[in-house]
Design a protein around this ligand. Structure first.
Ligand code: NAP
Ligand code: G4F
Length: 320
């Protein structure tokens, strides 16, 4: 089996590449050119991977990437994925995260209509939630240019499935985290920040809205769900979540507690981290995935906090 993964240098792409290599796949990563190589998350497996240079903004390069890799499966994980940046660069976000999906689908349709296609949809599409918990039938109400772009990509995937009979699935994944999470996302910012404080490398941590609630799972668990979706007889969309919700404040408390620190002594609120509007509450119902894919989350909230805090603490200690 051959797979083409966009976003292979990202958190999910790196775990997915490991997972597919373990399953015996030939794995092609679609990467964009950069003046400084950005392969940190895949350095340990880079010799086993093949790379094709292309950009989600550039149709012809995507066609070439598919021509060269001749994939049986395409995982479209590439996107501008940081919500605050989507207000600063709404047009570019629409290009990468929205239209980029159509470029991938168009290239796939023209090159090999039988290829199986996975689209990285997001719980951010539920935004100002219409029901609790959110499932595959919950109406969308995105609250950021990122969320709007994801809704577009989601429905294009559904449309290509219905219009061209393609095997195209959308995984509506709720927030998933890991030691490989980008430093600007709140979970990693907190675990890394708390570890720095513990080691005497910082004396405070500035955050925004502590009341927002998220359904946080472990990225490594979620990768398997993507693969399982493409292994079914029929293409469908699935919510992937833990079913538990916690506030940012609870994440902060648990992370500092892991290091025997009282968070209230160190955390400051900085208004610049507060968004024009926020998604107040996310909690997913992934009973469809449980029933049809046999998928279930393995790591709970406290387990995830522990994995990330321990990793960051040990990593920073080694650098000292
Ligand atoms: P991430 O760590 O931010 O990785 C994003 C990847 O997209 C990077 O490899 C990046 O490449 C690539 N990319 C960005 N713009 C590109 C372009 N123009 N052309 C080609 N590649 C481009 O994101 P992640 O957390 O792994 O998430 C993976 C996907 O799932 C994203 O689509 C995200 O929106 C979606 N998602 C994530 C979550 C979550 O909680 N993590 C939840 C739901 C959905 P560079 O290294 O070159 O920047
Ligand atoms: O960690 P976040 O930046 O993740 P967010 O916005 O939920 O988006 C992530 O999950 C989505 C799935 O629902 C993905 F589609 C998306 O690509 C990304 O992976 O923020 C989480 C919450 C927000 O409510 C934010 O306002 O944390 C709050 N927060 C409070 N202080 C902060 C901060 N967020 C960040 N990034 N930085 C802060 O200082």
């Amino acid at each position: 089996m051959r797979a083409l993964v966009t976003g292979i240098t990202g958190q999910d792409g790196s775990y997915l590449a490991e997972f597919l290599l373990d399953k015996g796949y030939e794995v092609y990563g679609m990467v964009r050119r950069s003046s400084v190589e950005n392969f940190n998350r895949i350095e340990h497996i880079r010799d086993k991977l093949k790379f094709v240079q292309a950009d989600l903004l550039d149709q012809l390069s995507i066609i070439d990437a598919i021509k060269e890799s001749r994939p049986d499966e395409i995982y479209n994980l590439g996107a501008m994925s940081f919500v605050p940046t989507s207000w600063k660069q709404p047009v570019l976000t629409g290009e990468f995260t929205g239209l980029g999906v159509t470029r991938m689908l168009e290239a796939a349709r023209h090159m090999n209509k039988n290829v199986k296609f996975y689209q990285a949809s997001s719980s951010e599409m539920f935004g100002k939630v219409r029901e609790v918990p959110q499932n595959e039938n919950t109406p969308f109400y995105p609250r950021s240019p990122y969320g709007v772009a994801k809704v577009y990509g989601h429905y294009m995937t559904v449309n290509y499935r219905e219009s061209y009979d393609m095997f195209a699935c959308s995984g509506i994944l709720f927030n998933h985290e890991s030691p490989r999470r980008g430093l600007e996302f709140v979970t990693k910012k907190v675990t890394y920040g708390a570890a720095k404080i513990k080691l005497g490398l910082a004396d405070s941590l500035c955050l925004g809205n502590l009341d927002a609630k998220r359904d946080w799972g472990y990225a490594k668990d979620y990768i398997e769900a993507m693969w399982l979706m493409l292994k079914q007889d029929t293409p469908e969309d699935y919510v992937i979540s833990t079913g538990e919700t916690h506030s940012v404040k609870e994440w902060v408390e648990a992370s500092f507690k892991c290091l025997d620190l009282d968070w209230e002594k160190y955390v400051k609120i900085d208004k610049s981290f507060i968004r024009p509007v926020d998604v107040d509450l996310l909690v997913g119902d992934s009973s469809k995935a449980e029933k049809k894919l046999g998928w279930k989350t393995k790591v709970n909230f406290n387990g995830l906090v522990k994995i990330m805090v321990e990793y960051d603490y040990n990593y920073l200690k080694k650098q000292m």
